[in-house]
Write a protein that binds this ligand. Structure first.
Ligand code: NAP
Length: 285
């Protein structure tokens, strides 16, 4: 798909990966509708990208609320043409062992990552271009590999992966394409200091959001959109996990004391990102 002049609805645009995707899409000439909860961050990005000059705009909306999603519907109703791309990038995470996660925090992760993304996709589908519409959902490498300390987050990303796969098949007799992108750990504010410290101790590298953005845009530009897992060792371990999960169990068992130590320092339920699965390679080797 040539993105020039295409309308892209991007959630999570005020975050690290979303911002990088927005910048990349802007250079391709896409018309951007940027969604987030933090208006100043959205406005700053809009100014940087000169959004208005290209008929783009920002929407301050909490997608985990009915009111937030209705705000998006109202904006789409006013559009003179269909939306070409829905990019589900908004997300939160939760670090800590399950019994230390508050029920509210667990509910929030599922409500934001799973329920809101699914309901928003359902809402946007009738507005999507029938012949060339695309839905791209940002999952995580933790959507294919359960990792200690991230039980609820993993559950939400596994759910998103299943959702995306089922929807792709549900729409396969039409021309709307559905894709899923799984980044590994990426250097954004979603990572708490405890996670940063844990990654450091475990020797995990982090991708920059610009790399994730480049891959997301490439996926959209491809004639046939294909799911992507970022990172070579991560892809290998996702594959091993799907066939021989006990091998991964053993590798992660060795990391458990370190993960527990950092999980215990994570006093409040804050947003965090998954550990780079390269960790596992260290332990397997
Ligand atoms: N960074 C990583 O290590 C990593 C790795 C794998 C996958 N991911 C995934 O990549 C996506 C983007 O994460 P990021 O790293 O860019 O994190 P981030 O910098 O914290 O950005 C998260 C974005 O999601 C938005 N958001 C959260 N809850 C929302 C809600 N209820 N309604 C509307 N917007 C909401 C935030 O908006 P406000 O800030 O305006 O509230 C922000 O724009 C997430 O789905 C995350 O799970 C990240």
């Amino acid at each position: 798909m040539n993105l020039h002049g295409k309308i892209v609805l991007l959630t999570g645009a005020s975050g690290g990966i979303g911002r990088a995707i927005a910048r990349r899409l802007a250079t391709e000439g896409a018309i951007l509708i940027l969604v987030g909860r933090t208006l100043p961050a959205l406005q700053q990005l809009a100014q940087e990208l000169d959004l208005q000059a290209n008929n783009g705009f920002v929407l301050e909306a909490d997608i985990a609320t009915h009111g937030g999603r209705e705000k998006i519907r109202t904006a789409l109703l006013a559009l003179p043409q269909p939306v070409d791309v829905l990019l589900n990038c908004a997300g939160i995470s939760l670090f800590g062992f399950l019994t230390d996660n508050s029920p509210e925090a667990i509910e929030q992760v599922i409500a934001t990552n799973v329920t809101a993304s699914i309901l928003l996709t359902r809402l946007v589908l009738p507005f999507l271009h029938r012949e060339q519409g695309r839905i791209l959902t940002v999952g995580s490498s933790f959507g294919g590999l359960g990792y200690p300390g991230f039980a609820a987050y993993c559950a939400s990303k596994f759910a998103l992966r299943g959702f995306s796969e089922a929807l792709r098949r549900e729409l396969s007799d039409g021309q709307i394409q559905v894709g899923y992108l799984a980044p590994r750990a990426t250097n954004t504010a979603i990572n708490s200091p405890a996670i940063m410290a844990m990654n450091n101790t475990l020797g995990n590298a982090m991708d920059e959001p610009e790399l994730v953005a480049a891959i997301a845009v490439k996926m959209l530009q491809a004639t046939q959109m294909r799911d992507r897992n970022i990172g070579w060792p991560e892809r290998l371990f996702l594959r091993i996990n799907s066939i021989f999960p006990r091998i991964i169990d053993a590798a992660l068992r060795k990391q458990l004391p370190i993960i527990r130590r950092y999980a215990n320092t994570q006093s409040a339920p804050v947003a965090v990102a998954p550990v780079n699965n390269a960790t596992i390679s260290t332990r397997l080797s």
